[in-house]
Design a protein around this ligand. Structure first.
Ligand code: KG4
Ligand code: ZN
Length: 345
């Protein structure tokens, strides 16, 4: 997908990048210079999709089309630059909704052609994966990484920038998907994740002993659909179990499995740094338990700040900056791939 660029690394050190993210239901643009964030704008479509209880692809692409230009304009204005100052245009090319990915990649390619500058196709999962390193002094370092989002739950070993080994992933629902489905079952507004998290704060995490699927399995795979089913079967016979208790107990079951498997991956690989990303890494209980467990095991923990955990274009711009620095750009024939993987199997 990427073609080598003959210029030496230092040529790209202060490059200004405009990055676009339109893979799902956030329309986002960011401007970075030399890897430093100048502006990051996100227009969320949550309110538009909420009445449907989930993202409607046709509605999402129409909203991207409407929102992208103003979002780009806001990002450029906030960064104090114009399109003429941009050295490279980047956009998420997958995985995600085909009709949504088309909007961002077409815009980035069009801008690149119009301004005679390179364009870069960026993997959304690589954006999440590397977001914890964004803004750190050392940049990307060897680590065990957990990506927990609405569409993905992956454990990955990072050897270096661009060298990743898939350790395991979910066999059914992603962690965020489980949060969203349980939120829907409980009648909470979309997306369920933040709302389940909020209600859980006043609940008892030990009130219901929900299953911890695959906790002791001999691999790094996950499964969350059984847990969601356990919540569904409990609902008609709640008795004096409160909604906050259900949320706290469900959340505890998800967090227990995520933390245990991540720690085991660190022990197995010998990596002493854990990098956590994706929308579910906003979850306060997950952050708290990871912090406590890593501290007890003397492991270093990097979790992106919440604005970088959910979908954003800054993480796409960060990967684009690293690729430029490595001399990589994309060809105009490089296209979207809704099923793009982080690691080719
Ligand atoms: O990374 P993201 O914005 O989009 C994807 O690439 O999927 O993740 C969105 C997911 C949603 O499932 C949302 O419910 C979940 O992240 N999420 C949370 C929290 N905040 C967002 N899940 C649990 N607790 C939260 N605080
Ligand atoms: Zn995402």
């Amino acid at each position: 997908m990427s073609t080598p660029h003959p210029s030496p690394i230092t040529d790209h050190a202060d490059r200004t990048v405009l990055a676009l993210e339109t893979s799902c239901d956030e329309t986002a643009a960011a401007v970075l210079r030399g890897g430093a964030l100048l502006a990051s704008e996100v227009a969320s479509q949550i309110a538009t999709h909420a009445p449907f209880g989930g993202v409607v692809p046709e509605v999402a692409s129409r909203e991207h089309l409407r929102a992208l230009e103003p979002v780009i304009a806001r990002a450029l204005a906030a960064a104090g630059v114009t399109l003429d100052d941009i050295d490279a245009f980047a956009a998420t090319c997958g995985p995600g909704l085909a009709s949504s990915l088309m909007i961002g990649t077409s815009a980035a390619k069009g801008l690149a052609i119009a301004h005679g500058k390179p364009w870069l196709a960026i993997n959304h999962l690589e954006g999440h994966l590397l977001s914890p390193f964004f803004g750190t002094h050392e940049g990307v370092r060897p680590a065990v990484a957990l990506i927990v989002s609405g569409g993905h739950t992956l454990l990955v070993e990072i050897e270096a920038f661009g060298r990743y080994r898939l350790l395991g992933q979910t066999q059914d629902d992603a962690a965020g998907e489980a949060f969203d489905k349980v939120g829907k079952l409980l009648g909470l507004p979309y997306p369920g994740g933040p709302n389940v998290n909020r209600l859980a704060e006043s609940g008892d995490p030990a009130r219901v002993d929900f299953p911890r699927s695959m906790l002791h399995s001999d691999d790094f795979a996950f499964s969350f659909s059984g847990l969601k089913t356990a919540v569904r079967y409990l609902l008609p016979k709640l008795g004096d179990i409160s909604l906050p208790d259900v949320c706290a107990s469900f959340q505890e079951a998800v967090v227990d499995v995520l933390v245990a498997k991540t720690l085991r991956a660190a022990a197995t690989t010998g990596r002493e740094l854990i990098a956590v990303s994706g929308g579910v890494s906003c979850n306060t209980r997950l952050r708290e338990k990871l912090r406590a467990t890593c501290w007890a095991r003397e492991l270093e923990l990097l979790i992106a700040e919440p604005t970088l955990c959910t979908d954003n274009a800054a993480m796409i711009g960060y990967v684009a900056t690293l690729k430029l620095a490595a001399g990589e750009t994309s060809s105009l024939t490089d296209d979207i791939d809704p099923n793009l993987r982080l690691v080719a199997s």
